[in-house]
Design a protein around this ligand. Structure first.
Ligand SMILES: *Cc1c(COP(=O)(O)O)cnc(C)c1O
Length: 486
């Protein structure tokens, strides 16, 4: 593999990316006199057009993306998102709307927002939605703020939030940021919440249970109704982390499971590519009781006109400027309408089928701490491979050589050496089989040639990184002298 040099290293004095004929009229320098022109930058690279094009094309190919291949990163739902949704979101009337435009001029945009709120409410069985949060974790925080506001009005915000040990890692931090103390609830052998442990912890000091469903093991919380009854009987709320709704969408509804608050990740389930820190959206849905606390402005309808309602005295206020990430909502609406209810149901059916296909195909090669049938993802561990000195990181790095993005590693914490694998609904049987074959091959290598795993990847642009030094001592600026090592 040839290392791509820095563009500064390709630079050669006097090289230009264009050539123009010599000037055949008098030069008029004064035209430029009052323009804010940039002065010379010392050391600015000088390269030809073809050098620029090749440099950046080669760099772009060093990245891995879902348009290139299988990306089974657990809990992240790195699925393929149809390009039509991008096309709809790039319609000029959407991209050029000014956020301060008077609402009578942006009725179409308000209709997009209101319709999406209503469809999400129908899909989840909740009563109302806010589209403001820009991410799942911000949705969690808003959800907890709504619970706190409601409890405060009842006279006591309470102190504790219960979270199962199989929950997503953002849940405890959201509860903590909202001023709650977190108590962990144990999982049982099936990988679901231990109902007796919950009942013991559930007191009148508990504001809510935050539950990820299906949880990070990919296991559906079958006792959710009983769990909700226990929590409700002591005046607490059920918060559901619905980031991975592709496991349920069109089949079952959290609202029917007595969930009081939920957040979704439009940038996972509803067709916005993510992973590079781009715009996201974490809408929050509530039951009637929490409706008055939702962020302002609420979009209402006055006869045939959409209006913005700021007059919500109990509202927790804004959590995002304007309406959140509007174009992510446009993509979600485009996705929901293009699939329809039958298509959405198929999303969940295929997501669950794909995950179970992988789990069953690999269960002899990789240890499964929990053998419960899974929904959208399954969690293997490196227990068998450890006998040969091979760890989950070696397996993950070796997968890169087979052209697959590694699964999520070392999470959830209740599975040691975890490899959390989420195929998503968009993968074909052929692609699933390529992954399964690669994983089987790696299991064989672990027994016969563990060294090849421990030094992997061998074919990628960069080899095994020193991740500690990269995090502790990052080199973020070119100082003019640094040369990339071979
Ligand atoms: C991704 C995810 C989150 C957090 O969402 P962000 O948009 O990354 O903040 C929360 N819970 C679960 C289960 C997730 O998969």
């Amino acid at each position: 593999m040839i290392r791509e040099p820095l563009i500064f290293e390709i630079s050669g004095k006097g090289k230009r990316a264009f050539s123009l004929p010599a000037l055949d009229v008098p030069e008029k320098q004064e035209i430029f006199k009052n323009l804010p022109l940039r002065s010379e930058i010392k050391g600015f690279p000088e390269v030809s057009e073809v050098e620029i094009v090749r440099h950046f094309t080669r760099l772009s190919r060093t990245n891995y993306c879902v348009d290139e291949g299988f990306y089974p990163l657990g809990s992240c739902t790195m699925k393929y998102n149809p390009k039509i949704n991008e096309k709809i979101a790039s319609i000029l009337e959407f991209t050029c709307t000014h956020p301060y435009a008077p609402f009578d001029l942006v009725q179409g945009n308000l209709e997009v927002l209101k319709t999406t709120e209503e469809l999400l409410a129908e899909i989840t069985g909740m009563d109302a939605f806010s589209l403001q949060p820009a991410a799942g974790a911000q949705g969690e925080l808003l959800g907890m703020m709504l619970i706190r506001a409601c409890l405060e009005e009842r006279g006591n915000p309470r102190e504790i939030v219960l979270i199962p040990d199989s929950a997503h890692g953002t849940n405890p931090s959201s509860a903590h940021i909202c001023g709650y103390r977190v108590q962990e609830i144990k999982s049982n052998e099936e990988g679901t919440i231990e109902v007796e442990d919950l009942a013991e912890h559930m007191t009148e000091d508990v504001a809510a249970l935050m539950i990820t469903n299906p949880n990070t093991l990919g296991v559906f919380e079958v006792d959710i109704k009983k769990v909700a009854e226990i929590v409700h009987s002591k005046g607490g709320f059920i918060y559901m982390d619905g980031a991975n709704l592709n496991a349920l969408v069109g089949v079952s509804r959290p609202g029917d499971m007595d969930v009081d608050v939920i957040h979704l990740n439009l940038h996972k389930t509803f067709s916005t590519p993510h992973g590079g820190g781009g715009p996201g959206s974490g809408p929050v849905g509530v039951k009637r009781e929490l409706d008055p606390y939702l962020p302002v402005p609420v979009i209402g309808k006055n006869q045939n006109e959409y209006v913005l309602d700021f007059d919500q005295p109990k509202s927790v206020g804004r959590v995002h400027s304007f309406f959140g990430n509007f174009l992510v909502v446009v993509k979600a609406l485009s996705y929901i309408l293009s699939l329809g209810s039958r298509g959405l149901k198929e999303v969940a059916e295929v997501a669950v089928l794909n995950s179970n296909y992988i789990r069953k195909s690999l269960e002899k090669d990789y240890h499964l701490k929990y053998t419960t049938p899974t929904f959208h993802e399954c969690v293997f561990s490196d227990k068998f491979q450890k006998e040969h000195g091979v760890h989950n990181i070696d397996i993950a790095k070796r997968l890169i050589d087979y052209g697959v993005h590694p699964p999520t590693m070392s999470f959830p914490l209740i599975v040691q050496g975890a490899l959390m694998t989420e195929p998503t609904e968009t993968e074909s049987k052929r692609d699933l089989d390529l992954f399964i074959d690669a994983m089987k091959q790696i299991a064989k290598e672990a027994k016969e040639d563990p060294e090849v795993l421990k030094s992997a990847p061998h074919t990628s642009y960069v080899r095994r990184m020193d991740e500690t030094t990269a995090a502790r001592n990052p080199v973020l600026k070119w100082d003019g002298g640094h040369k990339i090592e071979e």
